[in-house]
Design a protein around this ligand. Structure first.
Ligand code: FE
Ligand code: FE
Ligand code: ZN
Length: 302
């Protein structure tokens, strides 16, 4: 099982991410190269990056499974503001260079939101931008994330994802990241995952799936909301998520948790605790822990 969570990058860069992942008992992880909601980035510190590589080796984390996530304000779908559109393209080119410097193979991208333009034009903007980005000489694969369809989000149907992929020139550098919460919210029933995979395979091709975001959902099938829940604590449920994680056809694909941090109503400092160590434990055991929230608070409160 290749499993981890999203971790911070922050001031310590990749080294900080690796340490955090190890603390969760993970054997892979996903990170943003800076705050996900902005595009301020520092140059990569190669000294600590090399330390991170060594630490990964020592802890059996295969760097080829590690995922970077592009900031979600990057929007390749809308070109009404040409400056913003060009900025998004150039930012992603830079971000991919940073991944290359760190030896990271995959970057997950939200396809974009159409905001005020026709959906099919928005999708063609994405295609144009991706082809521009992939024209640069690099080896990092862009993974299109399946979206919930919140607001004017594009990429919430397999048809839209298929259309984008079909129009990419360098197909060896494009893949898909499926997100179980987003799929549920988009109307794909995770209780019938085999059927979903069949549909995915016929419309896109299962080999395009390079990452799975494992999240439960706070909302019902087709809600178009995108609110993640802790594993087993949402409307997809533990057993259904476990089947996705352990699916034979996806066994070499990294699974990444992006579930919410846990709060404590008694805590006047309003601290939030990461659930990942406990979710990973529960997933490895294959048994739902109905006392997980208390276990997490107990563990971090000390
Ligand atoms: Fe995402
Ligand atoms: Fe996701
Ligand atoms: Zn989400």
């Amino acid at each position: 099982m290749i499993i981890g969570s999203h971790v911070s990058f922050g001031s310590k860069g990749l080294l900080g991410s690796v340490k955090e992942a190890i603390g969760y008992g993970a054997n892979t992880f996903m990170f943003y190269t800076g705050a996900p909601q902005n595009t301020l980035r520092k140059p990569i510190d190669m000294e600590s990056t090399k330390e991170a590589w060594q630490l990964m080796k020592d802890n059996h984390i295969d760097i080829n499974t590690v995922i970077c996530h592009a900031p979600y304000i990057v929007n390749l779908a809308n070109n009404l503001d040409e400056k913003k559109y060009d900025f998004s393209i150039n930012f992603l080119i830079q971000e991919i260079k940073r991944c290359e410097e760190m030896g990271i193979k995959y970057i997950v991208l939200h396809p974009g939101s159409s905001v005020g333009i026709e959906r099919n034009i928005a999708i063609d903007n994405i295609v144009y931008a991706l082809n521009m980005i992939l024209k640069q000489d690099n080896s990092v694969m862009i993974l299109l994330e399946t979206m919930a369809g919140k607001g004017t989000e594009v990429g919430c149907t397999l048809e839209e994802i298929a259309y984008i992929i079909n129009h990419i020139e360098k197909k060896e550098l494009i893949g898909v990241c499926i997100d179980t919460c987003h799929l549920n919210d988009a109307g794909y029933d995770m209780a019938n995952f085999d059927l979903f995979l069949q549909e995915f395979d016929s419309k896109i091709g299962i080999h395009y799936i390079k990452c799975v975001h494992v999240n439960d959902s706070k909302n019902i099938l087709g809600a178009h909301k995108d609110r993640h829940a802790n594993v087993g604590y949402g409307l997809i449920g533990f057993d259904n998520l476990l089947k996705v994680i352990n699916h034979d056809k996806l066994k070499d694909v990294p699974k990444i948790l992006e579930t919410p941090y846990i709060g404590d109503s008694d805590d006047d400092k309003k601290r939030l605790y990461p659930p990942y160590k406990f979710e990973i434990e529960m997933i490895k055991k294959g048994i739902f822990n109905s006392n997980m929230m208390n276990d997490i608070r107990g563990y971090y409160k000390k």
